[in-house]
Design a binder for this molecule. Sequence first.
Ligand code: KIV
Length: 272
Amino acid sequence: MSVHTENKKKVTTLQLKKMKQSGEKISMLTAYDFTTAQIIDAAGIDVVLVGDSASNTMMGNPTTLGITLDHMIHYGRSVVNATKRALVIVDMPFGTVSGNPMKSLDAAIRMMQETGADAIKIEGGLEIKDDVKKIIDAGIPVMAHLGLMPQSINKYGTYAIRGKDEVEAQKLMDDCLLMEELGAFGILLEKIPAKLATAISEKITIPTIGIGAGSGTDGQVLVIQDALGMNKEFSPKFLRRYADLNAIMTEATQHYIADVKAKNFPNENESY
Ligand code: KIV
């Protein structure tokens, strides 16, 4: 399969804006470790997101609340070490950007310095306006995350679609415009009606990246474990599986076990 990989130059936030302007869709996947990041970077992905979904996928926590700044720095550094072309964005975890601009800036500086990432992503809108402004003013590129915000699961009590009623849709539009005004370089829109995501994407000049937000956003993102079919339990409507790694890994593991039990591995050629 041919993909758009001939341009080996490092992807920048400016390039993402140009992609929006030219109508070229932005591809983004999550990764949390060196090997996976190396594979998807070489495959030509535009953006690698070190999402706080690592709390679920890497640590087995029930929500994203259990991951700390130190954990995210560990995953972020691993991905940055592997990535040559893609833009790397690392999530600011729960509680690190929450209404205390100086504290938020300290956390954002630690994230940038200790991971070497290109940018950070922050969940929230108007409520964290001053934090976002402080961070962007310090020269740190910020992608905002609006719509369904998994870090607020205990506030809403559900992962259901957001922005369905007029009041919530208007707040979402206002938050997007605010983030653009503050200088965010992009906005991730999670699980909102396709029509609303399209309207936002047409109204703002910075790129939008959607997950469960239809085809009208400027790019798409998926959690890699979901996209590659490693996680059998998670089957939301928006998910398309591009492989069945669960079956492939299960079969390969069973094959290996059988070989070991049958004294069929290693053979003479595999021994010193
Ligand atoms: O943490 C994450 O993986 C995310 C998803 C919405 C892509 O933010």
